[in-house]
Design a protein around this ligand. Structure first.
Ligand SMILES: NC(=O)CC[C@H](N)C(=O)O
Length: 192
């Protein structure tokens, strides 16, 4: 059976997420990966990626497109990266972002400060046998997680990867580059 994945396509690195999920699903015939701009695009999806980009902008466009309630009520798995991690949280240090409260965690935006705003690092991620080459770009971190959320990776600034049931959130960008182990872990977690 194929897997239906949507990518929230309001702003950010949407094309990279679509390409990465298409590649990760190449051996699952009947799978679809496409953009989500309106509530009706969420129908029948097994999973939704919320991309990196600018969380304040994506938050504004979620409201504008009438997507806030539909996203809060989305029942599939969420794969959130960077700005997506900010949106998936239930608390954030910036009042301009109305979080979707999909994962119980507090997130700090732009946690690296202005001097060192991007970094690539070999990161140990729980569940992966070998480290993951993680690209951080003006990244947030989670500062704490609540019940049901599991920390998968840490960097000196804070928590860089979280799993909560079917949802996963990353401060970095697994959609950039060739390594799709985290996509595969996520898809296995959907149980389909
Ligand atoms: N690469 C990114 O997604 C950056 C996220 C951005 N700093 C934000 O909080 O919206």
């Amino acid at each position: 059976m194929g897997v239906k994945v949507g990518v929230l396509a309001l702003q950010g690195d949407v094309a990279e997420h679509i390409a990465a999920f298409r590649e990760a699903l190449i051996d699952r015939p009947g799978s679809t990966v496409g953009p989500v701009r309106h509530a009706e695009d969420l129908a029948d999806l097994d999973a939704l990626a919320i991309p990196g980009g600018e969380s304040t902008t994506i938050s504004r466009l979620i409201e504008k497109n009438g997507l806030y309630e539909p996203l809060v009520g989305f029942e599939g798995g969420i794969f959130a990266t960077c700005a997506g991690m900010v949106l998936a949280a239930d608390r954030v240090d910036d009042p301009r972002v109305r979080t979707l409260a999909l994962i119980p965690m507090h997130v700090a935006r732009n946690a690296f400060g202005r001097q060192v705003d991007s970094r690539e690092t070999l990161l140990d991620v729980a569940g992966l046998a070998e480290p993951f080459r993680a690209v951080f770009i003006r990244a947030p971190v989670a500062t704490e997680v609540g019940p049901g959320a599991e920390v998968l990776a840490r960097i000196p600034e804070g928590i860089a990867a979280v799993r909560c049931g079917r949802h996963m959130a990353f401060a970095f960008h697994p959609e950039l580059g060739e390594d799709l182990r985290l996509h595969r872990t996520f898809l296995e977690g959907l149980g389909i």
